[in-house]
Design a protein around this ligand. Sequence first.
Ligand code: TXA
Ligand code: MG
Length: 319
Amino acid sequence: MLITHDPAKAADFLRKGELVAFPTETVYGLGASIHDEAAVRAVYAAKGRPLNHPLIVHINGMQGLQRYFSKVSEHAQLLAKHFWPGPLTLVCSKSDEVPNIVTGGQKSVALRWPRHALAQHMLELLDHGVAAPSANRFGRISSTTAEHVREEFADAISCVLDGGPCAVGLESTIVDVRSEQPHILRAGSITQDMISELLKVSAEQKSESDIRVPGQLPSHYAPYTPLFVSESEHFKQTVDTIRVHYKNLVLLASSCPSSSKASDLFFKLPADPEVYAHQFYALLRKADNSKKDAIVIELPIKHGIGLAIRDRLSRAQHR
Ligand code: TXA
Ligand code: MG
C-alpha cells in the first residue's frame, strides 16, 4: 500500500482502475472512478458491503449537480450554494450518467463536494466523479487518519492519499431533497436547524426503518469490544453497573469517576462537541485496540454536532 501526499499519484491510481483512500474533512473515503464498474465492485468487496447499499459520488464544483442529478431541485441548489464545498451530501434523482452499480440499483444518487484541499486537487485531475463510502470495513469504525485506513485494509487497497487527521471527524449530513420537505437521512455537523433555517421549511429527521441506508442499520460504527454509552449525570453509576459483568474497562469521559480501578484505562473527552467529534473515532479505535473487556463512553451534549455523535453511538453500542 502506497501512502502519498500527492493528489496526482492518487488520480493516476484511480485512472488505472485501482482503489484509492483519500481524505475529506469528515472521514476518509475509499474511492473508485464511477465509470469503472470493476473498480466500484472492488470497493464493495473490500468493505464487505452488500451491493445494494449505495455509494456517495464525490465531485469538485457545482457543475456536478447538473451533470449527475436528472433535475436540480431548488432546495438542492440552495443547500449546495450555501454549504458546498463542505460536510453535506445531497440525494436527488440520478441522471443517466450515473451507473446503477454506484447507487446500488436505486434511482437516486448521493452527491458531495468535499472541502479538503487534497481531495479537491485529486478530483480536479479526473473528468468524472469518484464513488466512495467511508474507508472502513462494513459496520466498523470510520477512519479519520491514513493510519486508520492502513489498519482497516492493509494491502487490500493500492494507495492512500494522506491528508492528515480529518478536521470534522464525523460523516457528512445526508439530505434527501427530492420533495418539498427535505428529509435528513443521516445527522452530521450541518444540523437540522441549519437546514430548516436556510430553506425556510422544517427539515424532517427520517426514522431508520424508512430508508435503506447502511449507516442507519443497527450495529454500525462499532468497535469489537462491547461498548456502553451513558449520560454525563449517570456516568459513575453506569460504570459501577457494567463492572459487575466486565472487569477491565476503558472509560471515555470528561472526568475520571471516583470508582475507577488501576486496571482501567481512561481517556479524557473534551466538553466542546466539535472537539469531541474531531477526536471521536480515533479515541474509539484506541479504546478498542486496548483489548479491555468493555468500553464505557460519556455522551456529548444534545446540541449541534453532539446530536450526530449521539446518533452514531446509539448504533455502535452493545446490544
Ligand atoms: O462524510 C461522508 O459522507 C463520507 C465521506 C467519505 O464522504 N462518506 C460516507 O459514506 O460516510 P458511507 O458509504 O459510509 O455512507 C454513505 C451513506 C450510506 O448510508 C448510504 O446508504 C447513503 O449515504 N446513500 C448513498 N446514496 C444514497 C441514495 N441514493 N439514497 C439514500 N442514501 C444514500
Ligand atoms: Mg460508513
